[in-house]
Design a protein around this ligand. Structure first.
Ligand code: MG
Length: 382
């Protein structure tokens, strides 16, 4: 990469500023040998000057936060249709929780917090409106045209669809952040920071889907005591605070669940990393199995919780029926855009030649918020 005087920080006052070079030196001094150092990044597809006082991963984090796709996460469904109740999770608040847990895990394991956070913030950028039901419907619409999958779409968003720079398409993120978003690539282990974002995603949605399902009154405490994870935290909280009831009790159980999961991942991952005797971040990429992991006991309990959530929450009639109707609207909008491409925005219409009509419509719809899709559907009648 090129360096200029400004990029090297030479124009900055000697005192009172911390330069990127100093931050990179701090990473080498304070992070584990197997952490991904920003100074060792494989770089960006389109070479850019380095920044005076931000590391490469800090820049990537900012690029993601400042993207349009990131802002739209606010109005996209996580599980409960966006707008159902103001305090239920949206795709954006879910993303913030994943970033928070990722930072905790990365810091505790002496890994690169900036990298883990950037990957966490970008991990759901490719989600369609209406959550997983929307994704399934879009995949069906695209069955003959290359399919649709939200992880692949997250990459399309950051490599093509976001276009804030005149010199290149996409956000031109570093290899390491892209590696973390490329979840369907099963051939190689990504960095430990990417593995952290993955596990943090799971920890947050297990707990917040339980929390929201209670809030939305589709689960009750008796049902929840069927889940070993819930039962264990219930007992722990009741032992500490025997007088807690209702929402107060539930909130504290959820807190305890997250805390136990995070503690378990820190301990189990520290042990598996030690056993692998890694001396560099590159050695991580040669591992066959992920090293960021739960203990076997937690792993089994989580699989049971996952089954519980599928049986009792994700396909509950009050969730599934609303999502089904929303998805029928998604299909209608998809068909209308394919039949009348002039409905597309200018930037999307320009992509038809290179990407094909169906992929362009798919990208356009995947980028929509729930409410924008509902508005588009309402416009179809006119
Ligand atoms: Mg997620």
């Amino acid at each position: 990469m090129q360096n200029s005087n400004f990029a090297e920080g030479a124009q900055l006052p000697a005192a009172g500023w911390k330069t990127r070079v100093q931050m990179e030196a701090d990473e080498r001094r304070t992070l584990a040998p197997f952490a991904q150092k920003s100074g060792d990044s494989r770089g960006r597809h389109f070479p850019e000057q380095q920044h005076a006082y931000r590391t490469e991963f800090q820049r990537d984090r900012a690029r993601i936060i400042h993207s349009r796709a990131f802002r739209r996460l606010e109005y996209k469904t996580q599980v409960f249709l966006n707008g159902t109740a103001d305090h239920l999770r949206t795709r954006l608040t879910h993303t913030c929780e994943v970033a928070s847990v990722s930072r905790t895990l990365a810091r505790a394991l002496a890994l690169n917090e900036d990298l883990a956070e950037a990957i966490a913030l970008g991990h759901d950028l490719g989600h369609a409106p209406f959550g997983h039901s929307g994704e399934e419907m879009l995949a069906e619409c695209m069955r003959e045209h290359g399919g649709f999958e939200h992880n692949r779409q997250s990459l399309r968003v950051v490599e093509l669809l976001e276009a804030p720079y005149p010199a290149f398409p996409g956000l031109n993120l570093t290899f390491e952040v892209l590696e973390g978003l490329r979840k369907h690539d099963k051939n190689a282990s990504p960095s430990l920071e990417a593995q952290i974002a993955d596990v943090a995603d799971e920890i947050t949605y297990y707990s917040h889907d339980l929390d929201d399902a209670l809030d939305f009154a589709i689960l009750d405490s008796d049902q929840l005591d069927e889940s070993a994870i819930w039962q264990r935290s219930h007992q722990r909280v009741a032992a500490r605070n025997p007088d807690l009831l209702g929402t107060e009790l539930h909130k504290n159980i959820i807190r305890d669940i997250i805390d136990l999961q995070v503690r378990d991942v820190v301990a189990a991952s520290a042990a598996s990393i030690a056993a692998a005797a890694l001396e560099s971040a590159e050695k991580v990429r040669q591992q066959r199995e992920p090293l960021i992991c739960y203990s076997p006991e937690h792993d089994a309990a989580n699989r049971e919780l996952r089954r519980f959530l599928y049986e009792n929450v994700y396909y509950h009639p009050r969730v599934a029926e609303v999502n089904r109707r929303a998805c029928e609207m998604l299909r209608a909008v998809f068909v209308a855009f394919v039949e009348e491409p002039e409905r597309l925005g200018d930037a999307a219409a320009r992509r038809i030649e290179s990407e094909g009509l169906h992929r362009t419509v798919c990208d356009y719809i995947a980028g929509m918020t729930d409410r924008y899709l509902l508005e588009e559907h309402a416009r179809l009648a006119h």
